[in-house]
Design a binder for this molecule. Sequence first.
Ligand SMILES: [Zn+2]
Length: 373
Amino acid sequence: MSGSIQLGHIKGIPIEINISWLLIFFLFSISLAQGYLPIRAEGLSSQTYWIAGIITTLLVFASVLTHEFGHSLVAINEGIPIKKITLFIFGGVAQMEAEPKDPSSEFKITAAGPLTSLLIAVATGALYYLILPAGQIIGESIFFVARVNLIMAVFNLVPAFPLDGGRLFRSIIWFFNKNMLKATRIAVFVGSALSFIAIALGFMIIFFQEDFWGIWLIFVGWMIYHAGQTSYSQLVFKETFSGMKVSEVMSTDLHTISPDATLDELVDYFLRYKYGAFPVVYGSTTHGLVTLQSMKEVPREEWPNTTVAHILTPLKETMVLEPTDDAADVMMKMASQNTGRALVMEKNGELVGLLSRTDMMRFIQMHMVLGEY
Ligand SMILES: [Zn+2]
């Protein structure tokens, strides 16, 4: 995720916070120091409330981190290394290096998170009810931590993929139907349905109850919907291209254009072949890629006097792949860099193909039509 600050390592796992967490930090501290704590524990100085508010927020932060560690330690135990843990606006993500290989492994890794939160809630709740007196600031801060952990455990158990509850739900379907992709599709469908219900409820709260907090439900619903769709399509990419090489997906129907060609000649190419870009080649040297977009930026009256060499994207700014590169990795890389096309070249510089995201999308659609999923 962009905009993250690295905090350090715990047990060899890098810990990052997304800058969106700073907003939550601020909101939590202010509402604790100005609202919650003064109401629950009366008669203290505003300085005391602020210190307690900040410490309580740090404890909430530690709780989210512990939840993610719950997932991470079980994952490592199941043989899946953790790339990093990122804390962001709604909680955290422990990024695994690979997807769990079987449903029981996924079930264990996923269940560990909410279970950790529940344990913290029980421990801090017991501390409050049995030891710390109510109405005093330490007890009330601890009680707040207990409540947040309970909410975290319950909220994460909502079966909306990719929340923990949705993952548990997927692992159960996966266990029965033995098909991870189908199980994911069902879990994402249920998650989307729940997201829409949350969004509808949010709007109803705003319109009928005139309570602006409905916006949170809309926001959470939208986030979950979006995350579900993204993780499903990533999975489809990975599954479709797993074990495939770039050479199996690239287009080898190459139409190259010379750098001396004018834009008038180039426009004929676009009309004739209907591609969005052409490799620019002179002799046996590849100079780069020329796109429809870069041609459109030149005023039409200058087309007869402008050559392709003037508007091409040079090779060093173009994504260049080798035919033996892993297709799934390349797809991820193109998506994350927002690159539409890449040239495929042998080590000796010979141009052998062109790979576009559109080609890859078409490939996925074809697989779907052929009924593999
Ligand atoms: Zn979790």
